[in-house]
Design a protein around this ligand. Sequence first.
Ligand code: ADP
Length: 292
Amino acid sequence: MQLYIRDLNKTYPNGVHALKNVSLDIPMGMFGLLGPNGAGKSSLMRTIATLQQADTGTITMGDIDVLKEKEKVRKVLGYLPQEFGLYPRVNAEMLLDHFARLKGITNNGERSKVVKTLLERTNLWEHRKKNLGGYSGGMKQRFGIAQALLGNPKLIIVDEPTAGLDPTERNRFHNLLSEISENVIVILSTHIIDDVHSLCSQLAIISTGEVKMTGTPLDTVAKYRGRVWRKIIDKQDLHQYDRSKLISNRLVGGRMEITSVSDSNPDGTFEAAEPTLEDVYFNVVGNSLIGA
Ligand code: ADP
């Protein structure tokens, strides 16, 4: 099963054109949606999750018309929003049981089995009696995944999931995501390029409401081979370079590394470098020069 998005447009009442003719083919597995803040990622996620209307366009998944058959979508959808309200004085087992009931699992025996399985799968079983108010950021995210997995969804939407997680929690969350992405469509919306690189088999970069590129991380990066040039300079010398030719700069050990994308060495003093997904991203989205 694939998700097909065609010519999706959305303009908010305040005049912001948040989605501009967005078309995407999203296959099974993990699909990364990358873009800066304000690019339109959440608008797209909310539209797919049937939480808001598009002005024009279509979305289909198998035989479901996503924009029209909202109930059908909700039956196969697991959604982990950017922020989700938790009841701090309720424990994880009780709250998941409550969500499972809302999802329509009415049989008590079946429900307690489902709740147990999901809490085990997200490594929360031993913390099931703890109130959610005492959960760490990572535990909350894993609880979010547990609730998103109720009812065996075929489409899982995860919006900006790793903000505020420490490296161990982030790792654990990644492993969990890649485990669940077999045989389902998982759309991961994020501005963290590394997360997409390590987790997703396909990606799209969107900016100012438009799809700027799509592909696999490997192919995307391979296309830049031979065109990425880097140079280490003193921070104060940045002004000597034509900034319109640089895609990014970053501090490395107190000095500055500048990067340019070009068919030839910009001024003969740069060194050829292996491209990264970050280079692709900055080249596509526009440069992000610090101190510029
Ligand atoms: P992202 O998730 O990539 O940060 P959003 O989809 O949240 O992007 O926002 C895209 C654009 O639409 C931004 O300019 C944002 O300010 C605007 N926007 C988002 N939601 C609304 C809304 N409910 N009303 C008006 N403007 C909105």
